[in-house]
Ligand binder design. Structure first.
Ligand code: NAD
Length: 335
């Protein structure tokens, strides 16, 4: 069993912990948190050993009646791989901790690409992370775009990508985020950082991205145009995309007209926390105009990177190849 420590137990960390726990070849060595809040309490309820991430605040846990197993330093020493799911910028500060213990680490997309030796998406460049010590799982949006572009590049070749990302203002639990009543070009300058981030996965890709933020918490929405190097018909492209294990092509019959019913669908399917680990792509939106491909896809920001973190663990440890790892992860989670 690969012992995986999770440092940072918030939106991403708690989901990665559950996903690791569900794998046949991994176990959760423990999770580290800064504060004894409701998530810390739930970590213990789920049977995970809890470590204090900040020494000065370690006493707060027993004061709140929550048992800890030690300090994060001990968790890192006891783990084969650490998944760092701390807020943007903290992961880079934590790198020296992982190096001190010679423990390979996985960082999240909020970190700059240079935090790690390689940026990672299982469908696109699993092999690049094999045996690496420091791997960055790219952001939710970059993950969603990479999953879509990988098969299009392989099947048809890609000349140019133009994408507008309509991004949720914050996650449901982020009470301090916005906008509340506005539509923001974000950033106002073009391109947004997302295009260059996708290029950390596909260095030779020609991609321009525009970003916006809207008063929503449920998901992101991508409006995608890809100029292909050939002119397949839309049905063929839709079939290729439907054949991807982490793209859910939504049939018109489902009557899902937006991210609200999509999240409801996830709840109805019994998905934990209403998570949608796959890109959710409207089949009817797949359109070809000459070599130009168009579609809408929704990305569940809280969960699409979760299976990618699990696969990154296997890439680092070299246990399974890309196909075997993705199949194992999908099977364990129910993707
Ligand atoms: P979050 O704020 O929900 O969770 C972060 C957790 O880390 C919190 O529990 C916080 O208390 C804890 N923490 C803070 N400082 C710490 C420290 N020094 N040591 C250990 N733990 C510490 O954040 P999140 O949304 O889970 O984001 C984590 C990372 O994942 C970021 O890089 C983010 O950009 C990336 N990411 C987030 C999303 C998303 O939509 N939420 C999607 C993809 C990637």
């Amino acid at each position: 069993m690969i012992r995986v420590g999770i440092n940072g137990y918030g939106t991403i960390g708690k989901r990665v912990a559950d996903a690791v726990d569900a794998q046949p070849d991994m176990t959760v060595a423990g999770v580290a948190k800064t504060r004894p809040n409701y998530e810390a309490r739930q970590a213990r309820e789920r049977g995970f050993d809890l470590y204090a991430a900040v020494e000065d605040r370690a006493e707060q846990f027993p004061e709140a009646g929550i048992e800890t197993a030690g300090l994060v330093d001990e968790l890192v020493a006891d783990s084969d791989v650490v998944v760092d799911a701390t807020p943007s910028g903290i992961g880079a500060q934590n790198r020296s901790l992982y190096e001190k213990h010679d423990t390979p680490a996985i960082y999240q997309g909020g970190e700059d690409a240079d935090v790690a030796d390689v940026s990672f998406n299982a469908r696109s460049n699993f092999a690049a992370a094999e045996g690496a010590d420091h791997v960055r799982v790219v952001s939710c949006n970059t993950t969603g775009l990479s999953r879509l572009l990988a098969p299009l590049r392989e099947e048809y070749g890609v000349e140019k990508v133009r994408t507008t990302l309509v991004r949720r203002g914050g996650d449901p639990a982020q009470t301090d985020r916005g906008p509340i009543n506005d539509i923001l070009p974000d950033p106002i300058t073009i391109p947004s950082h997302h295009g260059p981030d996708v290029e950390t996965i596909f260095p030779d890709l020609d991609i321009d991205t525009l970003g916006m933020k809207v008063p929503a918490t449920l998901m992101h929405m991508h409006s995608v145009n890809v100029t292909l190097e050939s002119e397949p018909d839309a049905d063929e492209v839709r079939d290729v995309l439907a054949g991807q294990s982490r793209i859910m092509v939504l049939d018109a019959d489902l009557g899902i007209e937006g991210t609200g019913p999509l999240k409801e669908y996830a709840n109805d399917m019994g998905r934990p926390r209403g998570d949608l680990w796959e890109n959710c792509l409207w089949g009817e939106s797949v359109t070809m105009e000459g070599p130009d491909f168009y579609c809408f896809q929704a990305i569940h920001q809280e969960s699409d990177v979760v299976p990618e973190n699990v696969d990154a663990v296997r890439a680092i440890t070299g246990e399974l190849d890309a196909e075997e790892s993705v199949a194992t992860t999908n099977d364990a989670l129910g993707i």
